[in-house]
Design a protein around this ligand. Structure first.
Ligand code: GTP
Ligand code: MG
Length: 431
């Protein structure tokens, strides 16, 4: 009997165990394998810091989107860190190349993105910002300054602030930087516009386009919001970035002593600048002290400066030095050109104006070609030459679209005057 009752007890215990297991399974839902979360994933997230509007002047700023690897206070990020302690990964062999998650530790330059835009450009600039953030700035959180000849509306500010990982600032351009200067003969300027309209010259009949070109040539870097910075990266609506940017281009500029940079270069429409070179030659004669030895005259001219070949760096993308643009040399240059009136009596673009200044008033080594920054602004693309580099940078551009070595590009000329070796395979991309 003792053995029989012990068996009953065992049955009861077993039944109890089965019931307990059944109860546990039915209450824990689907059983899934544990998920291993990578470092810096959403669960690590520290809440974004409170948005703190900046006041004063035309500034309306706030702290933008969040980082996903802790706050900047926890990370060593800032202006006063020793660059030697934080080497940048410039090629795949360098430590940290593969680390594209989270906010990158290290020094930050005194730099900002800058965009001139209208309220109506909101969705086009949103596209550009998203790509700049995804490919670079989400790990660096640089500020972004927006400038407009009219006040920005709430919708523009709200969307752009939500997209930018750094602080955003909004400035209204003063009238004197976006209007006809007093020395311009309005009738003469009007006749030019009518004539250019008839000749179907692109933007030839536009007043606002001329104000824009003059503003970008001579005033964006003098805006109060821009005075806070030493370097700028210009971003226009509807541009694209096709490759990951593994290093900080602002640091490349600063540590490499670079003052101007480009990704695309081409020939300017002759009809828009018939007397620009005469005006430049007048400036050279009046201010020989501003023309530096070791400049890039060979990029601009095939006859030692007598005539202009119309080559210029495409200024819708630029990373450059604001100190240089605010220098006496550049100030004298812009004032001289502005007095000659070609922004209104012709249709001088800011691209040739900046490019000529950089080529004459900077040493060759101070101008940089950012091959790694793959870029599109209608209708041209810079897509790095070579399968290997495109894979390393995770590019999504079509190499067939690369403009660098085509006949209408001036990048070959830039390589030649600087004694640079063109990348393997360039010959196959000439047309
Ligand atoms: N606030 C303001 N911004 C302008 C105005 N016109 C142009 N812009 C901006 O100035 C920059 C250059 O203008 P775009 O119209 O892109 O000129 P573009 O690049 O020569 O020509 P597209 O091929 O049309 O892009 C862009 O960032 C524009 O958003 C204007 O009247 N007001
Ligand atoms: Mg544009």
């Amino acid at each position: 009997m003792a053995a029989g009752s012990a068996r009953y007890v065992r049955y009861i215990l077993f039944a109890f165990f089965v019931l307990a297991v059944f109860y546990f399974i039915s209450n824990s839902g689907t059983i899934e394998p544990p998920i291993k979360l990578p470092a810096g994933s959403a669960t690590d997230e520290t809440p974004a810091k409170g948005k703190s509007p900046t006041t004063g002047g035309t500034t309306v700023g706030s702290t933008g989107g969040s980082s996903n690897a802790g706050t900047k206070d926890e990370l060593r990020v800032g202006p006063n860190l020793d660059p030697a302690e934080f080497p940048m990964p410039m090629s795949p062999a360098d430590p940290g190349w593969d680390d594209l998650s989270g906010v990158r530790e290290g020094p930050r330059m005194n730099a900002t993105f800058v965009t001139l835009a209208r309220n109506g450009d909101i969705w086009e600039i949103a596209r550009s910002i998203r790509q700049v953030e995804d490919r670079f700035n989400r790990r660096y959180n640089y500020d972004w300054v927006f400038l407009n000849d009219k006040p920005f509306d709430a919708a523009f500010k709200k969307l752009t602030t939500s997209l930018v990982s750094g602080k955003t600032f909004y400035g209204e351009i003063p009238k004197e930087h976006w209007s006809f200067p007093p020395h311009i003969d309005q009738d003469k300027a009007k006749k030019v516009r009518e004539d250019m309209a008839q000749r179907k010259i692109i933007y030839g009949d536009s007043i606002s386009y001329r104000h824009m070109c003059r503003f970008e040539s001579g005033f964006f870097f003098h805006q109060p919001l821009m005075l806070n910075y030493d370097y700028y990266w210009r971003v226009e609506p509807s541009v694209e970035l096709f490759c990951d940017i593994h290093y900080d281009p602002f640091r490349v500029m600063h540590e490499g002593g670079k003052k101007y940079s480009f990704v695309l270069s081409l020939y300017e429409y002759v009809e828009t600048i018939p007397t620009l070179w005469e005006s430049v030659k007048k400036f050279i004669k009046n201010h020989p002290e501003h023309i530096v030895p070791g400049n890039s005259m060979g990029f601009l001219s095939d006859d030692g400066g007598d005539s202009y070949n119309h080559c210029h760096f495409w200024s819708n993308f630029e990373i450059g030095s604001l100190r240089w643009l605010r220098s006496q040399a550049y100030t004298d240059y812009f004032e001289s050109l502005d007095q000659d009136g070609g922004f209104f009596y012709e249709r001088w673009g800011d691209a040739p104006v900046h490019s000529i200044a950089a080529a004459l008033m900077l040493k060759k080594e101070e101008i940089h070609f950012f091959n790694d920054i793959a870029y599109y602004h209608v209708p041209f693309t810079h897509c790095p030459t070579g399968d290997k580099i495109r894979q390393q940078l995770k590019c999504h551009c079509n190499p067939k679209d690369n403009f660098d070595w085509k006949g209408y590009s001036c990048t070959s000329r830039y390589f030649e005057i600087n004694g640079l070796e063109k990348p393997e395979g360039w010959e196959n991309q000439q047309d």
